[in-house]
Design a protein around this ligand. Structure first.
Ligand code: GUN
Length: 293
């Protein structure tokens, strides 16, 4: 069993970007700049956004963090996004999800200029991805591709089983694993809450992507010997023994499942850090599109 080490690969991606940014700085080129909007003070969102901003600083990217109160009117948020759309210095805009109930996530996503949609959630980005055109891929699926690529995991002709069909992970990773490219060329089955024979389908998976958000859902008796298991889960579970009061649990029962796998991602330290590396890649590409090397 080989661990797919997201911490290590994410650092390698960021180191590579850091070098490229330094070269651009020396040549007087535009440097990548990410704007992150955080609405309210959801604990997990605070952590994710802080990691994104920290990674920008470490890599030589500029970043702007905009904090808005949880009761901010939708119109004010949309105005802020439009301001960032018009700001040449900003290459990528991300609005951390989930948003408070009174704000339409769809409206927010569609207000971000497609050219700055480094989260890859805009319908134009999704449409381009589906058609195999150059596009911003959503960060988590893109991070999974980078991880598979780094470890040279074979995907051609494999049966990939994706559990979950969210717009952020399940649906886009099912499309990307199915594309005619590497990583890709899988036969993909997408399972969800209405799939009756989930265990039988999982047992056919050469690659399983667990992205349903149910801690330790995938058990050893659902996984065949030699499978590649990608765990996208990051649920906070109360744990009084931890200083923070919670532990992070994946969607895979790691201790049971790992011995059966050829490759597996740990949680934490697997897909999570790769999501940030992928976001940085998208922001860099956006900057490059404006001011090529
Ligand atoms: N919430 C959970 N994942 C993501 C993500 O990739 N991007 C944003 N903006 N919000 C998220």
């Amino acid at each position: 069993m080989q661990m797919l080490d997201g911490k290590l690969v994410s650092q390698a991606v960021k180191d590579d970007l850091k070098e490229k940014v330094a070269t651009r700085a020396a040549a007087g080129k535009k440097l990548p700049h990410l704007a992150a909007i955080l609405v309210g003070n959801n604990g997990a969102s605070e952590t994710y956004v802080a990691s994104k901003v920290k990674s920008c600083a470490e890599t030589g990217f500029g970043s702007t963090l905009i904090r808005l109160d949880s009761d901010v009117p939708e119109e004010e948020l949309l105005m802020k996004i439009k301001e960032l759309n018009d700001d040449f210095n900003i290459d990528g805009i991300l609005v951390q999800l989930p948003l408070p109930k009174h704000i339409s996530e769809q409206k927010v996503i569609e207000t971000i200029a497609a050219s700055k949609d480094v989260d890859g959630f805009h319908p134009e980005s999704v449409g381009r991805m589906v058609q195999g055109l150059p596009a911003f891929f959503p960060a988590t699926p893109y991070g999974i591709l980078l991880l598979l690529e780094h470890y040279k995991v074979e995907t051609k002709g494999k049966h990939a089983v994706v559990i979950g069909r969210s717009n952020i992970v399940g649906r886009p990773i099912s499309i990307l694993l199915n594309r005619n490219d590497y990583p890709g060329n899988c036969t993909v089955t997408v399972c969800h809450s209405h799939t009756p024979n989930l265990k039988e389908i999982c047992l056919q998976g050469d690659i399983i992507v667990a992205a349903l958000g149910r801690p330790e859902f995938l058990k050893a008796d659902m996984v065949k010997e030699g499978a590649v298991v990608i765990d996208v889960g990051i649920t906070r579970v109360a744990d009084p023994s931890k200083k923070s009061g919670f532990a992070i649990k994946g969607d895979v029962d790691f201790n049971q499942v790992a011995p059966k796998c050829s490759f597996i991602t740990p949680v934490p330290g697997g897909v999570g850090p790769m999501t940030i590396a992928a976001l940085m890649m998208n922001t860099f590409k956006s900057c490059l599109a404006k001011d090529p090397d």
